[in-house]
Design a protein around this ligand. Structure first.
Ligand code: SF4
Ligand code: SF4
Length: 117
């Protein structure tokens, strides 16, 4: 059965952090969070902690708050209604997957297969 939201395997689109692809960063990250974000951006735009071959986070247990999908983070960092968490997260994922891999990519197909539209 499809879920309202889940992080699907073999994706990692949200770990592509190139700031020019995230024009609204300054709207929701405070100065400290912005510095933390910028310190993660590698020369190719991907997070320095993202392991390309496995597409996994190398610091998963200690990843920054802005990398987490939780009711607390969605409200405190992104200013969204926690009741809309899954809807908001699914929308963000599709945006990231579209911009990194493309609308018709295998990653988008996997996501749409597991998450309700
Ligand atoms: S974009 Fe969504 S599905 Fe892809 S890795 Fe990030 S949270 Fe998971
Ligand atoms: S810290 Fe981990 S979850 Fe956050 S962007 Fe980097 S690789 Fe992705």
């Amino acid at each position: 059965m499809k879920k309202q939201w889940k992080c699907v395997e073999q994706c990692g689109a949200c770990c592509y952090l190139e700031p020019s692809e995230r024009p609204f960063l300054g709207d929701y990250l405070n100065a400290e969070q912005m510095a933390e974000y910028m310190a993660l951006v590698g020369p190719d735009g991907w997070c320095i902690n993202f392991d390309q071959p496995t597409r996994q986070c190398g610091i998963y247990a200690t990843r920054p708050a802005f990398c987490r999908v939780s009711t607390e983070v969605v409200e405190s960092v992104y200013g969204e209604d926690p009741a809309d968490l899954e809807h908001w997260a699914a929308h963000c994922c599709r945006d990231h997957i579209d911009s990194v891999y493309g609308e018709t990519s295998a990653e988008m197909q996997r996501f749409n297969h597991e998450v309700k539209i």
